[in-house]
Design a protein around this ligand. Structure first.
Ligand SMILES: Nc1nc2c([nH]c(=O)n2[C@@H]2O[C@H](COP(=O)(O)OP(=O)(O)OP(=O)(O)O)[C@@H](O)[C@H]2O)c(=O)[nH]1
Length: 130
């Protein structure tokens, strides 16, 4: 997953209605393809979903979903003036949200509130806050 923060807001996506987990709020990202590094997959997914070029900074967390998928959470940067453009095949919309706003949103993948809780409890340390 791409952890991208700007102006103390985290870049989140609402999944399109035509993909698995339709309409759920989550972070941009996707499955790592065979032979790819995590960093390469991150850059590719951010291009595919949001038409942005990101620079991976570091892995900040790993977690496992209730259905057994391992998630790699990568902190990444994007130039300050870049405006994402959602690819409607995968992403219905994107939002830059504070952690308080994320807490109030409905219909999200369980990994997103887990990620916020892990930050708040000090399990994850980020050099950016949101
Ligand atoms: N993108 C994304 N997937 C997540 C998050 N949390 C989470 O549990 N997942 C799970 O990670 C797995 C892969 O995500 P995905 O559906 O976006 O990827 P995909 O390979 O099917 O699609 P894609 O590669 O075409 O984008 C799914 O099991 C999804 O439910 C999240 O925050 N973002």
């Amino acid at each position: 997953m791409g952890v991208i923060v700007r102006d103390q807001r985290l870049l989140t996506i609402r999944r399109s209605l035509t993909v698995p987990a339709p309409g759920k709020l989550c972070l941009p990202g996707g499955t790592i393809e065979k032979g790819e590094t995590e960093e390469f997959a991150l850059v590719r997914e951010m291009r595919e979903e949001l038409t942005i070029d990101v620079s991976p900074i570091r892995l900040c967390w790993r977690s496992v979903t209730p259905w057994g998928t391992t998630l790699a959470w990568w902190l990444a940067s994007v130039d300050a003036d870049v405006i994402p453009v959602a690819n409607p095949d995968e992403v219905a919309e994107f939002h830059w949200l504070t952690s308080r706003e994320i807490r109030k949103m409905r219909n999200m993948l369980p990994s997103l509130p887990e990620f916020i809780t892990a930050i708040e409890s000090g399990k994850i340390e980020l050099e950016v806050s949101f």
